[in-house]
Design a protein around this ligand. Structure first.
Ligand SMILES: *Cc1c(COP(=O)(O)O)cnc(C)c1O
Length: 361
């Protein structure tokens, strides 16, 4: 059997090897239960311990105060695009949205589909979403301000979250949650499909400040109401147990092996700097995101032409470097270098890129 490769997939994406090993080792007999975690009841003590530990670790890692609730939902980050306006925009007031790419555009569209009043207060569409707007005229009477902290497809990321005063930020952090420490002072809600940086597909983490729950109208479908999940510790119905368990193990790895989000951030910066510096100095590869807006998670780049890009991606796979193809909507190349990606994966990638350049440049 083939050994494990360096996996640069955008999502589902690489998970920490110790996490995968722990899942494997306890898969047939979870915690002395004589059952797999995929077989135990979600009403059992075994699963209660898992979900509560995941919640406590989230609180510790992000330094959350007791105003925040940690929830686990299904439907991916895409379901949140629909739930956010449905839950928070019921009284005719409007919300601000910043459009920085594909996922922001979809979030805006889901609000508009419901005829909710939204204002797009800034957009980087004029330059093909290659940058993050740095002056954003937020409205002080908005119910919330929505943004995408890391743009997985375009390879841009907010270096700092904007100050929205009293307006709560609602942030799609699917591809950078738990990658760096967070200043929670303006944040009302964070959501993240787990499959980029914290777990497998099938579960979406939502961190919500309790005062936002007061906005939720009574007459919306039960399964689309944040209140349902907040009142029942995410177990109104059967939750995505395996996904929550994997998240718990990833968070344990972050706390106990990595040593917290400051350490994770330092390592992520080291990785991204290595790769961007190499690309900037090469003259053959070209980064697509504007300096100052570059993502530490998804490094997007081009080669001199599309034929070379195709050859590059194919040759990379032969060298056990997978997932370097850019999103189908933009083409080019992308290395997703989330938390689980080791520094050695980056140095191996750079060695390969040097070699490919020498052979083709
Ligand atoms: C992948 C992604 C999504 C979509 O996530 P799903 O869980 O597939 O719905 C939304 N936003 C961002 C920033 C993403 O990277």
């Amino acid at each position: 059997m083939k050994d494990r490769i360096h996996n640069f997939n955008a999502g589902p994406a690489a998970l920490p090897l110790p996490v995968l090993e722990e899942i494997k080792d306890s898969f047939l007999n979870f915690n002395g239960s004589g059952m797999s975690i995929t077989e135990v009841s979600h009403r059992s003590k075994w699963f209660d311990d898992v979900i509560n530990d995941a919640i406590e670790r989230t609180h510790r890692l992000l330094n959350l105060n007791d105003q925040y609730k940690v929830l686990f939902l299904q439907g991916g980050a895409s379901m949140q695009f629909c739930m956010i306006p449905l839950n928070f925009l019921s009284d005719g007031r409007s919300a601000d949205y910043v459009n920085t790419g594909t996922w922001s555009t979809k979030a805006i569209k889901e609000a508009q589909l419901q005829n909710k009043p939204v204002k797009v207060v800034a957009s980087s569409e004029d330059k093909n979403f290659s940058y993050i707007p740095n002056v954003i005229p937020f409205n002080s009477d908005a119910v919330y301000a929505h943004l995408t902290s890391n743009n997985t497809i375009k390879g841009t990321q907010y270096a700092f979250l904007p100050d929205t005063g009293n307006v709560p930020l609602v942030i799609d952090m699917s591809s950078d949650i738990m990658s760096r420490p967070l200043d929670m002072s303006h944040i009302g809600m964070i959501y993240a499909g787990a499959q980029k940086n914290i777990g497998p597909a099938g579960v979406c983490m939502v961190i919500i400040r309790q005062d936002l729950l007061d906005l939720v109208p009574a007459h919306i479908p039960t399964m689309l109401s944040y209140k349902t999940f907040a009142d029942k510790n995410s177990m109104y119905n059967t939750p995505p147990c395996f996904g929550i368990y994997t998240i718990q193990l990833v968070l344990k790895w972050l706390e106990e092996t990595i040593g917290g989000l400051e350490k994770m951030d330092a390592r992520n910066r080291e990785k991204a700097t290595l790769l961007y510096d190499f690309i900037d100095n090469s003259g053959f590869y070209k980064a697509t995101a504007a300096i100052g807006s570059r993502s530490l998670m998804n490094v997007t780049f081009r080669l001199p032409d599309e034929t070379l890009e195709k050859a590059f991606i194919a040759k990379a796979v032969e060298n056990d470097l997978g997932g370097l193809k850019g999103h189908r909507s933009v083409g080019g190349c992308r290395a997703s270098i989330y938390n689980a990606t080791a520094v050695t994966a980056i140095t191996d990638l750079i060695s390969f890129m040097k070699e490919f350049e020498q052979q083709s440049g």
